[in-house]
Ligand binder design. Structure first.
Ligand code: MG
Length: 359
């Protein structure tokens, strides 16, 4: 089999309230891979809030697609190495990693379709049903928006809810967490996410104020670049630390693991250089008895969690309009059943490109 072409575009997809209070839209960088045997692969990267999508597309078009066209798409690891090592002067983080991720996801989609297996089974499945957590609680939400969102996920059966703690005053964050805690009752456990906004002392102070809520995790306490600071927080607070959505390769995750910087790792398949690298990160985490709870894009991440015995939860942000994707599994009783269609099982809905294309 040979790759005959890679067609790319940027989709700009408006969000609904309450998410729209924080982000007007998200963007997807789409890569549709065609082959001479008629099998096609859908790859994409989610640029959350839209940042960098156009640059990701340009890097993919100009530097990566030429490395893949004419090659056998079933040699996924070989093509990953070609892409990863293609530009020695561009570190495979940020824009470049999003672009590699989109193509790697599309290549795996072809591999699954050729094998007539969903990816989690191709990789050796451990489960076909994955627990989800509802995620949101952004700072632009008023208290009613926050509680409304948390309760909506609870109504879908989600037994976990994660909210942001972005206020500069830790007492304000505690008040918001407490309000949600009270509204949800004891059947739903909670997590908090600082999105890198604190330093070590700030994280310790904030965590001390939240200890009594029995939180599952305290996410991204400090700048993702500073692994030492994350480790210092992890070793000095009583809430387990989660991190990884802004870390990019097995090498960064190895350093996080060796420093014992987190109890939960959250690679993003659209950032961490695709399914290929995320699986390696997952297995590396297993060697350290650390659980993996991938960041966003749950429709893709389901296959990772379904193939890892140390897989934990997928992050469910219910933002996609019904006319964007086809084949998204519904959240039932707080879980997703992994689709049994070959590949990753996600397709763009008819007309989605025409409706949402901006680049
Ligand atoms: Mg996060």
């Amino acid at each position: 089999m040979k790759v005959t072409g890679v067609e790319t575009c940027v989709l700009t997809v408006p969000t609904q309230k309450p998410i729209a209070l924080e982000f007007a839209h998200h963007k997807l960088v789409i890569a549709q891979i065609a082959t001479d045997e008629g099998i096609t692969g859908l790859g994409y990267s989610l640029a959350f809030g839209g940042g960098g999508a156009e640059a990701i597309k340009v890097y993919l078009d100009t530097r990566l697609a030429p490395l893949v066209i004419g090659q056998d798409p079933l040699f996924v690891e070989r093509l990953w190495e070609r892409m990863f090592r293609g530009d020695r002067g561009i570190k495979r983080q940020g824009v470049a990693a999003y672009a590699i991720s989109a193509l790697d996801i599309g290549l795996w989609d072809i591999a699954g379709k050729a094998a007539r297996l969903p990816l989690y089974k191709l990789w050796g499945a451990v489960t076909d049903r994955v627990t989800a957590y509802g995620s949101g609680g952004w700072p632009a939400y008023g208290i009613d928006d926050l509680i409304g969102e948390a309760q909506r996920y609870a109504k879908l059966g989600c037994r976990y809810y994660k909210m942001k703690i972005h206020h500069p005053d830790p007492r304000e964050n505690r008040k918001r967490v407490e309000a949600v805690r009270r509204a949800l009752g004891d059947d739903v456990r909670m997590m908090v996410d600082a999105n890198q906004k604190l330093d070590v002392l700030g994280a310790r102070r904030q965590a001390a104020m939240l200890e009594d809520f029995d939180l599952v995790w305290f996410e991204e306490p400090v700048l993702a670049d500073d692994l030492a600071a994350c480790a210092e927080v992890a070793q000095s607070i009583r809430i387990p630390v989660a991190t990884g959505e802004n870390n990019y390769t097995r090498f960064e995750f190895r350093d996080l693991l060796e420093r014992r910087a987190a109890r939960y790792l959250m690679p993003d398949v659209c950032r961490a250089n695709g399914f290929s690298e995320t699986l390696k990160i997952g297995h590396l985490a297993a060697a350290h008895q650390v659980a993996v709870s991938p960041h966003v894009v749950h429709e893709l991440s389901l296959h990772i969690v379904g193939a890892l015995s140390n897989g934990f939860l997928v992050e469910f942000i219910d933002w996609t309009p019904p006319d964007l994707f086809e084949g998204l599994p519904p959240c039932e009783d707080g879980h997703f059943r992994i689709p049994d269609r070959p590949g990753h099982g996600v397709a763009l809905a008819r007309g989605a490109i025409e409706k949402y294309r901006t680049g």
